[in-house]
Design a protein around this ligand. Sequence first.
Ligand SMILES: Nc1ncnc2c1ncn2[C@@H]1O[C@H](COP(=O)(O)OP(=O)(O)OP(=O)(O)O)[C@@H](O)[C@H]1O
Ligand SMILES: C=C(C)CCOP(=O)(O)O
Length: 251
Amino acid sequence: MTAVLKLGGSVITKKDEPETVDTAALSAAASAIAESAVGEDIVVVHGGGSFGHHHAAEYGVSTTAGTRDVGGVQAIHGAMCRLNAAVVDELTGQGVPAVPVHPFSAAARDADSDLSLPTAQVTTLLDEGFVPVLHGDLVAHAGAGATVLSGDELVVELAPAVDADRVGVCSTVPGVLDEDGTVIDRIETFEAVASALGESDATDVSGGMAGKVRALLALSAPAVVFGPDALPAFLAGESPGTTIAGDDDDW
Ligand SMILES: Nc1ncnc2c1ncn2[C@@H]1O[C@H](COP(=O)(O)OP(=O)(O)OP(=O)(O)O)[C@@H](O)[C@H]1O
Ligand SMILES: C=C(C)CCOP(=O)(O)O
């Protein structure tokens, strides 16, 4: 069984304090991964939290608005590499054979914004017993300089590439919430939930929950969105929180 798991930046960082890791939350997530039956058959992706989003907002960069300012590229990508090093260190400290994979070094968007992400390094690392740890990043973008590549987009690219059986997105909320604040069990179309979906309540340049749902609906396999407390349940094979239906949905 292969799993792709995104740890939300809002989970593992203090999203309102620039470049601050939430050490307790990161340690709890790493421990859930270290203890899970999924073992080493997992690809981890993490988001930007107060590392990437803070700098991206400062330089006016988003998934659609790019920059050609080299200082901006260094600030945003550099911050994401620092957060990635913290995640990899915490995982290895807990016995997970985690290794960093930096999307900026490999991915590109063409002039139509179509993303190409080589994944042979990820599948080979998995086969060789490593746990690849990717992160939301910048990406070279034809005609725009560099734009933000969200961890949610990476999940959508990686899940088919590694033939994932399970896709999980761990955020700060217990699932996607309806207008009354109740967790929606299952989402099949964007239109059915659009009115309840908003942006993040913290600095976020990649669309918050609306961006997440839109990205995950593009997956052929179902994905689950859940909160940090439910991470062990997801890793144990359960589907806590909200299931976002895919085209081949036989769960
Ligand atoms: N209907 C909704 N249900 C749940 N969360 C919602 C909803 N509408 C807006 N949100 C916001 O979306 C946030 C989750 O998106 P966000 O992009 O911040 O998460 P993340 O992926 O954990 O972090 P990051 O983008 O840094 O990786 C929630 O914390 C909440 O503020
Ligand atoms: C802001 C940057 C650089 C990465 C964003 O990734 P996300 O938090 O997964 O949307």
